[in-house]
Design a protein around this ligand. Structure first.
Ligand code: R5P
Length: 313
């Protein structure tokens, strides 16, 4: 089967760079928006092609998710031979279980929708939890940006630096950074009260007089990073902290606080398209995951394993 690379409207630049690495020209799906808000997606002829659709479902999450579903369906109706949804940032992955009665499990709803639309395989990068894999009934390749971010971190961190997991959900990720960078891991225990409010209950490990690197899968409003930074500062951490997160959604918070106080540098990837940052004082460094995704696509196309690109379980 011949490889076809399709790019959704969420992040055509990423599709372009992946295409350059693979030596193929990506086709940008035609997306029309009707006056009532409905989307219509059109793709070209794809008969018997091995199709990879690159579409992160970052903000606006619902539009990008619906566009992804319609793109997969359009490819299926064009008789694509195999369809792989490459979703560098998987929106709704945080809603993988109910935290209170009466809630839906949105991660499962969208996983089902992606597979029933016609995806034969899914590729994601550092999803909120690797267990998203169990929500899909097609194979899921869970890649990680930790090695590329860790390499970029090396020039910003001193010998004494410790890795901080800003919540229990980030512990596995922090351990991965810890083992790549040879640093110990400190854990912050937080409770989330709403989409923008979190509170720190405990810090497990010693940060006094140390430089810290806070790592997480994503930064949305920055509330988690802000709370963790405040907690480690209170316990004597040095103020010029570094943050690394795979997905920099950087959505505006609903308060007037600076988004990242006392933080020297924030490293994110290009898993979602760049957005204006709420706090322009923060030196933001964007590390590309296009080589990671291109390598993953190339290996899938050739039927080779992706183990060394995968997130630690
Ligand atoms: C949640 O557990 C995630 O791993 C992130 O810590 C969180 O979603 C980031 O969101 P925010 O920046 O709004 O705190």
């Amino acid at each position: 089967m011949t490889l076809s690379l399709l790019s959704g409207s969420a992040h055509p630049q990423l599709g372009q760079v992946i295409g350059e690495i693979l030596g193929v020209t990506p086709t940008v799906c035609e997306v029309e928006r009707f006056p009532d808000g409905e989307l219509q997606v059109k793709v070209g002829p794809l008969q018997d092609r091995d199709v990879y659709i690159v579409q992160p479902t970052g903000p606006p999450v619902n539009d990008h998710m619906v566009e992804l579903l319609l793109s997969i369906d359009a490819c299926r109706r064009e008789n694509a031979g195999r369809i792989t949804a490459v979703i560098p940032y998987l929106g709704y992955a945080r809603q993988d279980r109910r935290t209170a009665s009466g809630q839906s499990v949105a991660a499962q709803v969208f996983a089902r929708a992606i597979t029933t639309s016609g995806a034969d395989r899914v590729v994601v990068v550092d999803p909120h939890t690797p267990t998203v894999e169990t929500l899909f009934n097609v194979p899921v390749e869970v890649l990680t940006a930790v090695p590329v971010l860790a390499t970029a971190l090396e020039e910003h961190i001193g010998e004494d630096a410790v890795i901080v997991a800003p919540d229990l959900g980030a512990v596995k990720l922090a351990e991965h950074y810890g083992s790549v960078l040879g640093r110990t891991v400190v854990i912050v225990r937080k409770t989330r009260y709403s989409g923008t409010e979190v509170n720190v209950e405990e810090v497990v490990g010693d940060v006094a007089g140390r430089h810290v690197i806070i790592v997480d899968d994503m930064i949305s409003t920055g509330a988690t990073i802000r709370a963790a930074a405040g907690a480690v500062l209170e316990r004597g951490a040095l103020p010029d902290m570094v943050v690394a997160a795979t997905h920099g959604l950087l959505v505006p918070a609903n308060n007037a606080d600076p988004v990242f106080p006392k933080i020297r540098r924030v490293l994110i990837t290009d898993s979602v398209a760049a957005r204006p940052t709420p706090d322009t004082d923060v030196p933001l460094e964007v590390v590309s995951i296009a080589p990671l995704l291109a390598d993953g696509i190339d290996r899938l196309h050739q039927g080779r394993p992706l183990d060394d690109l995968a997130m630690r379980r």
